[in-house]
Write a protein that binds this ligand. Structure first.
Ligand code: DQA
Length: 154
């Protein structure tokens, strides 16, 4: 894990499997922005909110679990688009519960307009809030929500 040397509250923005394919993956559903474009937009918005961001992606469930565990002592909140693991991963749910940090769940697509297996998310069971269907803008709205959640805690 990269050392975070910031005085500002640091938000871990985690992206799960296949989100590295944004831009080429089903653009009608997920938009044309790449994950790099989303990361740059998040960095800009975070700066204006007085937050630092640590933006990551992994296709591996265990790696996401490890990063969430580590965040407990190094980060102030987690914004998570767990991709398909949202619908399957009790391990990610357990890691989020143990982290005891504010969590905002994001999905680019509106999972409730899609197949029924996408209607349930384990992440939602621990998330303070869920944003879906607004594309890349959802990440920026999640950062705004996170700034409020952290303010409220202090
Ligand atoms: C997604 C929705 C998930 O159902 C899907 O498996 C993804 C992306 C979204 O951002 O809309 O990989 O999390």
């Amino acid at each position: 894990m990269t050392a975070i040397l910031s005085d500002e509250p640091t938000i871990l923005i985690l992206n799960g499997p296949n989100l590295n394919m944004l831009g080429v993956r089903e653009p009608a559903l997920y938009g044309r922005d790449t994950l790099g474009d989303i990361e740059a937009a998040c960095a800009d918005r975070a700066e204006s909110l007085g937050l630092a961001v640590d933006f990551r992606q992994s296709n591996l469930e265990g790696e996401l679990v490890t990063w969430i565990q580590e965040a407990r002592s190094s980060h102030d909140g987690i914004i998570l688009n767990a991709g398909a693991y949202s619908h399957t991963s009790i391990a990610i749910l357990d890691a989020l519960t143990a982290a005891e940090l504010p969590v905002v769940e994001v999905h680019l697509s509106n999972i409730f307009r899609r197949e029924s297996f996408r209607h349930h998310s384990y992440v939602s069971l621990v998330a303070n809030g869920v944003i879906c269907g607004l594309g890349a803008q959802g990440y920026l709205l999640a950062l705004e929500a996170m700034a409020r959640l952290i303010e409220g805690k202090e």
